[in-house]
Design a protein. Structure first.
Length: 251
């Protein structure tokens, strides 16, 4: 092996040799994918190679694996032969490699403090990204985060545009109900109806009407000498139970 012979082979030579052995001695594709990732770990840290990384990550064909390795060789063969000068990108400098990334060499894991610092930066970048997504210009578009993510994952898939230019809720800036009398979404409309005792035919919520019916029943019960038990539900007070106080309770 090159490890004991003092040799430094290129990653594509070892990968192609390994794939030839896999064709001769078949094994599960997941094993092959894992070994290729370990061999190409440094090359796949470079952003320009993310497309090749996706091929190996998603494909299940040895032919696709071999094509990805051959493409990697085409990208770095001129640097290996000395025809071009390789400049280390920022994402690969943190590994402090002894040899160029296309040369087989040990993979040394980063210390815990370095890994934690890296994860902290990633979280900050995600927060910045989310804050940009919540910018007024995007809120005005009327699309939820979930729909935006679906569109990013499937840029060529036609999504429904029925509510693309819909009216936004005056409370939370989400799409408002198409028939709402107050131009609100269902959640904001319900809060308004309960607080101000109103009705909304668009959302089929009739707080004012239901409470008026409950009051009428209370008046009728009072005239008949009955007692109306209070109901904890404010949205449907018509469900109140009527108890006749003239009857003696069973003992």
């Amino acid at each position: 092996p090159a490890l004991f012979a003092g040799l430094n082979p290129t990653v594509w030579d070892i990968c192609l040799e390994y794939l030839d052995l896999v064709e001769k001695y078949p094994c599960p594709t997941s094993y092959v994918r894992g070994h290729l990732f370990k061999l190409l770990i440094h090359c796949f840290q470079i952003r320009t190679n993310f497309d090749l990384r996706e091929i190996i990550a998603k494909s299940s064909s040895l032919v696709d694996f071999k094509e990805a390795v051959l493409k990697l060789r085409e990208r770095y063969i001129d640097y290996h032969t000395g025809d071009k000068v390789f400049e280390y990108p920022e994402e690969i400098k943190i590994f402090n490699l002894k040899f160029p990334p296309w040369i087989c060499q040990p993979y040394v894991r980063a210390p815990p403090e370095v890994h934690l610092e890296k994860m902290r930066k990633i979280q900050e970048e995600e927060k910045m990204k989310r804050s940009k997504e919540d910018s007024p210009s995007e809120v005005e578009s009327g699309m939820s985060k979930k729909k935006k993510k679906r569109m990013e994952r499937n840029p060529h898939k036609p999504f429904s545009k029925a509510r693309e230019n819909c009216t936004l809720c005056a409370g939370c800036r989400m799409p408002a109900g198409l028939k709402c009398a107050f131009t609100l979404c269902k959640h904001c409309c319900k809060d308004k109806l309960v607080k101000e005792e109103l009705d909304c035919a668009g959302h089929k919520m009739f707080v004012k009407t239901n409470r008026a019916k409950a009051r009428e029943r209370e008046k009728l019960a009072a005239l008949n000498g009955e007692h109306v038990a209070p109901n904890l539900s404010e949205s449907k007070p018509e469900c109140m139970d009527v108890i006749n106080l003239s009857e003696k309770p069973d003992r």
